[in-house]
Design a protein around this ligand. Structure first.
Ligand code: ADP
Length: 337
């Protein structure tokens, strides 16, 4: 990634070429460069300039550092991350949508596969309703305002209010087709919004897609129950690593004094994350602005520093091979039989 090092008197100018403008490890790389230069001479002043890789250079670089071709070579999809929750209404789809938005802001190619077939909410929060079109390569996902590629059953229904009353096998078939028959193109990340709980759909996704890991979403009210543990245990039994836990609606910020009000009492997220053997990625406040933006199809306008940091952690975990592998289990489980 180092393009050039120029030494003029006591100044070292280092030019880095990064795959994305805000590559997740950027800060770490800067610190490493400064550390190495200081080892040579502590008096040297370091100036770091950043360039961005050309698409071709980026593809070959990413293949090299990941030590593998895209997850499915034919599909050119590098990372599949599934978002799950123990029960509905905790903000799973919102977290899936925000992950896509933040990753895309970093300059990555992102898609969202809405596997919540009976409760699809992705198209609404992105404000898209037009049906997908096809070209010679197959069916093309619908693009959001900022270019995120989306696929959801709601985009295929003549009336989005019509319920999908299907049994498990049919739901699994639909997810399979969203994966197999959609021409996703090159994607750095495909975010999968799973239905809540431990349904057939989650099983289909885990078995059919090369899922890198699950992000588990909870809300404080849910934490007291067993539900989140059940969902997390399913992931473990399926041999899919947990990337981490996000606590949504954890607090409200007072609009007058900025104080954090813990509506549901003190957070138990840290303890729950430990209990399910993963890390806490962060807390998201209950924020009326977020709810209004989602209702109006404008999730891409949302800004939240805490969520940016959650996204950085997800990207870092997903791209660091050992840390996740140690958490995964393998072998046939009750679920896969
Ligand atoms: P799930 O996918 O778990 O069923 P959703 O993501 O659809 O839940 O969220 C349920 C509702 O709660 C949506 O209307 C969404 O806009 C709202 N919501 C989710 N998270 C927040 C939040 N942090 N602040 C305010 N509203 C939220």
């Amino acid at each position: 990634m180092i393009q050039e090092v120029v030494l003029i008197d006591d100044h070292v100018n280092v030019t880095l070429v990064l795959p994305f403008p805000n590559a997740p490890l950027k800060k770490k790389l800067f610190a490493l460069i400064r550390e190495e230069v200081a080892k040579v001479d502590g008096q040297l002043v370091v100036q770091i300039n950043v360039n961005q890789m050309e698409p071709k250079q980026r593809t070959s670089f990413m293949t090299r550092i990941r030590g593998k071709e895209p997850a499915i070579a034919m599909k050119n999809i590098y990372q599949v991350i599934a978002v799950m929750s123990g029960k509905g209404g905790v903000g799973k789809s919102t977290v899936a949508g925000l992950l896509a938005v933040m990753l895309q802001r970093e300059g990555q190619e992102v898609g969202v596969l809405d596997a919540d077939i009976t409760g699809p909410s992705i198209p609404k929060m992105f404000g898209v309703s037009q049906p997908p079109i096809s070209d010679t390569k197959g069916i093309l996902p619908v693009k959001s305002r900022t270019g995120i590629k989306l696929m959801s059953i709601n985009l295929l229904l003549a009336d989005e209010a019509v319920p999908v009353i299907w049994r498990g096998p049919l739901i699994s078939r639909a997810i399979e087709q969203f994966w197999r028959d959609i021409s996703w193109g090159v994607l750095d990340y495909l975010i999968v919004d799973l239905p809540p709980g431990t349904s057939d759909a989650a099983l289909t996704v885990a078995q059919m897609l090369p899922v890198r890991g699950f992000v588990v979403v909870t809300s404080p009210q849910e934490l007291a129950g067993m539900v989140v543990c059940k969902a997390a245990n399913m992931a473990t039994q399926l041999g899919i690593p947990l990337i981490g836990l996000v606590e949504n609606m954890s607090h409200v910020r007072c609009p007058n004094c900025g104080a954090e009000i813990k509506v549901f009492g003190p957070s138990q997220a840290e303890a729950t994350a430990r209990q399910i053997g993963t890390r806490l990625l962060g807390h998201i406040p209950l924020d009326s602005e977020l709810a209004i933006l989602c209702d109006n199809g404008l999730i891409e306008n949302y800004n939240n520093d805490e969520f940016t940091s959650i996204t950085e952690k997800v990207a870092e975990m997903a791209n660091t091979s050992q840390s996740l592998e140690t958490l995964s289990t393998s072998g046939e489980s009750e679920y896969t039989k």
